[in-house]
Design a protein around this ligand. Sequence first.
Ligand code: ZN
Length: 192
Amino acid sequence: MEIVYYPHPTLRYPSKTVRRVDRELRSIVREMFELMYDARGIGLAANQVDLPLQLFVVNASGDPEGGEELVFVNPVIDQPKGSGVSEEGCLSIPGVHADVNRPSQVHVTAYDLEGNEIDTVVDGLLARVIQHEYDHLQGVLFIDRISDSAKKQVASELEAFEFEFQSQRAADKIPDEQAVHKRLAEIESRYC
Ligand SMILES: [Zn+2]
């Protein structure tokens, strides 16, 4: 398992509801935390590791020894309040940063891996991370939410990612569109 980079098609794929949690999915989640820590991130969504599942992990401290490890399965966000601008980055677009305006507080419901319901109001950094990861599950990236002037500033960096992706695909290191969708369908039939 590895983190996929922009513009990998799974990053644009709307994730499906998880209906089954098994031992393998638990170990996938554990591996997602490890990949996130290795990449010095604070959140990681399933489609960032090429899985079409409504599931993301967060540790707002970014510290494997500290903070709280949170797993959100089938999350729903509502009741946005306030707004704030802060710089964001993304493990699928490493090195690219830009300001994003988001609600400063949201209400989240979800399930953890044991099937317990999560029902909480979050603000601050945690609210921002959760909204960023929730976006991933809808196929939305933070670069979709930045100003036109910020888009111009990051355009050449994004082009470099697009060029790298095309080169890798040409070298058969990334499967073609059809193969990507076939694999996603197989995972869906197991968990969704
Ligand atoms: Zn991200």
